[in-house]
Design a protein around this ligand. Structure first.
Ligand code: FES
Length: 154
């Protein structure tokens, strides 16, 4: 990993944005990576702005690596003000863009964030009510946890 990228990841995880559950979220999505076993959950809240329903705030929790934390931190800032359709169209690379290009072995970390966001927005309004959803730790320890197949690291 380049020094610049490592510096940006370190800066992001030293001051991560938007960590934590959101009790009044409109949508929530959880994914687990089959390649590394990490999990990430994202909560999304919408607001009306100029006649459009846009993302007001997004938060996350993860049992993931530093790169996943850094990507989730910048991604939750990046998607503010976007419609659900605009946000769901973003790739992991686009969500991680404020950090710079990720090396191939870290692409799946951004895909974890992309997967949680798509999972949340594709089911929106949330079929999984945030108030009744198991905690991320509880979901990790059950065999029914949501899984998506991630790109295998090189
Ligand atoms: Fe699992 Fe980064 S190593 S998300």
């Amino acid at each position: 990993m380049s020094d610049d990228l490592e510096d940006r990841i370190q800066a992001a995880i030293q001051n991560p944005q938007n960590i934590g559950e959101m009790s009044d979220a409109d949508a929530v999505g959880t994914v687990g990576s089959e390649s590394c076993g990490d999990m990430l959950r994202m909560w999304v809240k919408f607001k009306e702005e100029n006649g459009r329903r846009v993302i007001d705030k997004a938060t996350f929790q993860t049992f993931g690596c530093q790169t996943a934390i850094a990507v989730a931190s910048v991604a939750t800032e990046l998607i503010r003000g976007k419609t659900s359709a605009e946000a769901i169209a973003l790739t992991g690379g686009e969500l991680a863009a404020p950090l710079g290009a990720l090396p191939p072995m870290k692409i799946h970390c951004a895909q974890l964030v992309e997967g949680a966001l798509k999972n949340a927005l594709s089911g929106e309004p949330a079929s999984e009510a945030p108030a009744s959803a198991p905690t991320l730790l509880e979901q990790m320890s059950t065999p029914t946890g949501l899984k998506i197949k991630m790109q295998t690291p090189l």
